[in-house]
Design a protein around this ligand. Sequence first.
Ligand code: COA
Length: 176
Amino acid sequence: MNKKIAVYPGSFDPLTYGHLEIIQRTSKLFDEVIVAVADNLSKKSTFSIKQRLDMISQTTKHLKNVKIKTFKGLLVEFMKKNNAKVIIRGLRAVSDFEYEFQMSLMNRRLYPDIETVFLVPDEKFIFLSSSLVKEVVRLDGDVGEFVPDVVEKQMRKKFKKRGISHSLGKIVKNLD
Ligand code: COA
């Protein structure tokens, strides 16, 4: 049988409930879902590729048809290697549309066999983004309703460490 494989690409820096919800919806629609974590974005990432993969695999372990992989370079090359023809993207708001539209057309130009399927997230998560969640944690706000526990713990650990080295840096500067 030809398995229907969908690829959900992103930076997942880190994964939020918004991403998880899209993964869950996709896992009901396809035989296999590959969460493809981009490793060469122009965007500087907060979490290492290993940390991002670990957080996603801990959060999705109950979904038996979900695999997590990392990729470098073009998404379409990753699709070919994995024998996948469907890209999944979440459309949160009209503002996502233009970028998504361009990306989808470019990907199709690069690999005409591909289709991009857009899923509409639960409205609870429409305003969510990884950067916003990081900002709330940095400012010591509560993010329990936006990210899984394991992600929240990792974020608190990371920003606490940074906070300490930032404060130490300030102390050393003041001593100079
Ligand atoms: N719920 C919550 N947040 C979501 C979300 C959802 N359903 N969907 C997207 N987001 C957030 C992301 O967390 C991210 O937030 P941030 O900017 O604060 O970190 C933001 O929305 C943008 O996410 P997304 O649009 O998925 O971009 P991305 O940077 O995560 O991933 C790639 C983009 C990796 C898919 C794309 O750059 C790519 O394919 N790169 C490979 C190279 C390539 O082939 N380039 C040619 C493409 S045409």
